[in-house]
Design a protein around this ligand. Structure first.
Ligand code: NOJ
Length: 535
């Protein structure tokens, strides 16, 4: 029984992630900026998304491209000014959309004034704002914790004779969230943006925020293989996902609850059962702990169906589902499943229960772009050069049109653009009825107008070695059957159930739209259909 048929904006919308550096350059310095985003809002409105999440736009030395913040309440000049931000926010709202900011609470830049103070002396009042420790008894780092970006998580500070902890780059020291002053200061930063009218936050590495109070060594990972990131040599059981982190999450949520209808999204890469804890025992945690299952599940119908069932089954009462198909840290969906399957992937993302997050450029099937070694910018790629871990390939500039630099900039872009841009770009796809972009748009529209597709029940019909099928329905209202052929071979969906007859509402092959389906449905390879079922 559906209790909630009047969903909030973050329950029935579609979130679109923009990596601001790569979206649209307005001042021709080769870097995207806020004014550029403003100039593309019409496009987003046309596409039908209702919320935009911006990767960080705050002042930063850009060692990790904005995830190393040196001032939480201003805008980096690369992206523009606070006046530009205010314009962006009001333009987004005027168009009936929402704006979600990235909040990076786990660490600051080593150039943040707080850290400069903290490292200036052992008795500085901000010393305890970061995580400082003496060397291990025999010398060397205090424990074996590793940095996600390679090497030890501890950096020696000659001046004060202690190590500080950094889960990511050494230029990203971790804040000490056990310190109440840190908590209060960060909560006031949230209020600063909420007061401006920002609609919510995507909270960076939420599960990293609290570390073991005793700093115990992490155990060895028996499943480690040489091609994996060096971080995976250990299981981060003491450096992440500590029980006390939930108190912080609940407090953060209470700050958001001081304002109406704001959303807190948690970036959390954990097994499903652990992920669910972040909803909070009374739905008092993150509204949406990001569900990254689709980023890693093998593209096989049975495994996808199992992942959906596991996720649906694990959701706590009242916990709202969400699905993510791509982001700025992971290979793009077109690269992962191949361009032939990109339309099927779009159909999957937009017909599952909950709120989908769409990564910029995925709507036109942008691919991971090979970046020559001497052009690599991402620190993860630079620090572990032999492991192909650079995230640059999925961060290349948006392909708007066939003009110079794909319409992104009139200057050389900060990352090279896919050579396919004259053929694959927004303008071209907009004009093509058969394009992936127009499919996304149709799916978004249908989903937004049909409660069955966004909040209706999910009922699996079948999953075999070729296809997955499921029903989305609101009893007494509309019902849809989705059949997705994940293989390249023709597929025959057979059912004797009369209740599965209907009319094709959307197909990856538009010429099939409007067809009546009964009994067997023949699908081409790489084809998917959304069928409106007769009642
Ligand atoms: C997760 C972000 O998504 C990633 O891009 C960043 O490098 C790390 N957190 C560190 O902030």
């Amino acid at each position: 029984m559906l209790k909630n048929i009047n969903p909030l904006w973050w329950q029935n919308g579609i979130i679109y992630q923009i990596y601001p550096r790569s979206y649209q350059d307005s001042n021709n310095d080769g870097l995207g900026d806020l004014q550029g985003i403003i100039s593309r809002l019409e496009y987003l409105h046309w596409l039908g998304i209702n919320a935009i999440w911006l990767s960080p736009i705050y002042p930063s030395p850009m060692k990790d491209f904005g995830y190393d913040i040196s001032n939480y309440t201003d805008i980096d000049p690369v992206f523009g000014t606070m006046a530009n931000f205010d314009l962006l926010l009001s333009a987004v709202h005027r168009m009936g959309m929402k704006l979600i900011l990235d909040f990076v609470p786990n660490h600051t830049s080593d150039q943040h004034p707080w850290f400069l103070e903290s490292r200036s002396s052992r008795d500085n009042p901000k010393r305890d704002w970061y995580i400082w420790n003496d060397p291990a008894p025999g010398g060397g780092p205090p424990n074996n914790w590793l940095s996600v970006f390679g090497g030890s998580g501890w950096e020696w500070d000659e001046h004060t004779g202690q190590y500080y902890y950094h889960g990511f780059l050494k230029e990203q020291p971790d804040l000490n969230w056990r310190n109440p002053e840190v908590q209060e200061t960060m909560f006031n930063i949230l209020r600063f943006w909420l007061d401006k009218g920002v609609d919510g936050f995507r909270v960076d590495v939420m599960w990293h925020m609290i570390k073991d109070a005793q700093f115990r060594d992490n155990p060895i990972n028996p499943g480690y293989r040489a091609e994996m990131p060096t971080y995976d040599q250990l299981l981060p059981v003491y450096s992440t996902d500590q029980p006390e982190v939930l108190d912080i999450v609940f407090k953060m949520r209470r700050v958001l609850d001081e304002y109406p209808e704001r959303v807190m999204i948690g970036e959390i890469y954990l097994p499903i059962q652990r992920l669910m804890i972040y909803y909070g025992d009374k739905n008092n945690g993150a509204h949406l702990p990001f569900n990254f299952l689709l980023l890693s599940v093998p593209w096989e119908p049975v495994k996808i169906a199992a992942a959906i069932a596991e996720y649906e089954g694990a959701l706590p009462p009242g916990g709202w589902p969400n699905w993510v198909m791509g982001n700025h840290d992971r290979p793009r969906i077109s690269t992962r499943v191949g361009s032939g399957q990109a339309k099927v992937a779009a159909m999957l993302l937009l017909t599952l229960r909950g709120i989908p997050t769409l990564y910029y450029g995925d709507e036109i099937g942008m691919r991971d772009v090979p970046i020559p070694f001497d052009e690599v910018q991402d620190p993860q790629g630079l620090n572990m050069p032999d492991k192909n871990l650079s995230r640059d390939p999925c961060r290349t500039p948006m392909q708007w049109n066939a003009e110079m630099n794909a319409g992104f900039s009139e200057s050389k872009p900060w990352l090279r653009i896919d050579k396919n841009y004259t053929l694959n770009n927004v303008d071209r796809q907009k004009a093509d009825h058969y394009s992936l972009l127009n499919l996304y748009r149709k799916l978004i529209r249908l989903r937004t107008g049909e409660p069955a597709l966004n909040i209706g029940r999910y009922i699996q019909v079948c999953a075999d070695d070729q296809a997955i099928s499921y029903i989305r329905e609101i009893e007494g209202s509309s019902r849809f059957l989705v059949v997705l052929n994940l293989s390249h071979r023709p597929y025959y969906f057979k059912t004797t159930q009369k209740t599965l007859s209907g009319r094709i509402e959307i197909s990856t092959l538009p010429e099939m739209e409007g067809m009546i389906t009964q009994g067997t449905i023949e699908l081409d390879g790489d084809q998917g259909v959304v069928i409106r079922l007769d009642q």
